[in-house]
Design a protein around this ligand. Structure first.
Ligand SMILES: [Zn+2]
Length: 330
């Protein structure tokens, strides 16, 4: 039997130790690490019915026959606007419309570290009802990292269920309907394992003379940065222990950014086995990076395409280099 996940991970623990602390008087005092923990169980109450349905691969809402409003998730089974008349369970479609352009979270709260960047939005599922609540949900794309322009107001969405469900709002998410193969669009439920999130297709970039000039300037800038990294202990510390072969596709051609032995190096073309490939129409993104700009910002704004969040995690390391080099040059 596999071990069940625990509420508190090891990260929440502290070493058993006594340490010294300087007082203002001034004196030396001792302090010790201790703990205070309370576990509790909470029921979903009336919401249980909604989450039991999710576990069974169904999406349900509460419908009032008097005012015809639909509540999803059903926070109550008694209509708050019709003197608490009993509401009826209705089966909702596994497709919906995004009610408002969704924000993308880049820097999440502690509970979601490692999940970013991600998008959450409000989905209109009961589109025929005169009044309906919007379902707050996770939004995912099969085309790489979530970026501006995908989850915009009015986009049609398909409901997807995680293969293993526990009875929580994380059991479901939505993907743009146009990313779902036609044969799967009416699947009820559509399981996450039927879609491919791991190998997103690289976006096409048009190659032209202006793009080639931008690439030549960018490569010269990156070569210059690479030389400075060789003379910067701070930058070498940033790269310590890392090995990457990062493919870069631009509107002027391709190159590789190698990270190894606490140095960066530029190679020609895409590597045979890249860690990942990033795509920019304008290679100027890399010139601006070297001039104290930010690859992270370029990814957030949508100018730099990345396949997955692991790729996103490498950018802050690279973004430190121009700053570290400048500080060591002083
Ligand atoms: Zn009502």
């Amino acid at each position: 039997m596999s071990e069940r996940a625990k509420i508190l991970g090891a990260v929440w623990n502290l070493p058993r130790e006594v340490s010294e602390v300087k007082g203002k008087d001034p004196g030396t005092y001792l302090q010790f690490n201790s703990h205070m923990v309370t576990f509790y169980q909470q029921t979903y109450g009336e919401l249980s019915r909604f989450f039991l349905a999710l576990r069974a691969g169904r999406l349900i809402g509460a419908h009032c026959e008097k005012c015809r409003q639909v509540m999803v998730p059903a926070a109550s089974w008694h209509c708050p606007t019709c003197n608490f008349a009993e509401m009826r369970e209705i089966e909702l479609p596994h497709r919906g419309v995004l009610a408002a352009t969704a924000p993308i979270t880049i820097f999440p709260s502690a509970s979601f570290i490692g999940d970013a960047p991600f998008a959450r939005g409000y989905v209109d599922v009961a589109t025929d009802a005169p009044i309906a609540s919007f379902l707050p949900s996770r939004l995912r794309t099969t085309t790489g990292l979530p970026r501006p322009g995908i989850f915009v107001k009015g986009v049609e969405l398909k409901l997807v269920f995680e293969d293993v469900r526990e009875g929580s709002i994380r059991d479901i998410f939505w993907v743009p309907m146009k990313e779902v193969p036609a044969a799967l669009r009416d699947a009820k439920p559509l399981l996450a394992s039927k879609l491919d999130f791991n190998t997103p297709p690289m976006p096409e970039v048009a190659r032209d003379a202006a793009g080639e000039q931008a690439l030549a300037r960018a490569l010269a800038a990156v070569e210059e940065l690479a030389a400075k990294v060789g003379a910067s202990p701070r930058a070498q510390k940033d790269l310590a222990g890392r090995t990457h072969a990062i493919g870069v596709r631009t509107g002027g051609g391709d190159f590789t950014l190698h990270v190894a032995d606490a140095r960066i190096r530029v190679g020609a073309g895409l590597p045979p086995k890249p860690d990942f490939v990033m795509v920019v129409a304008d290679a100027g993104v890399f010139s601006r990076w070297v001039a104290d700009g930010s690859l992270t910002d370029a990814a957030v704004e949508g100018a730099l395409w990345l396949p997955h969040k692991e790729a996103f995690g490498v950018l802050p390391i690279l973004d430190r280099l121009p700053r570290s080099v400048r500080r060591d040059a002083k």
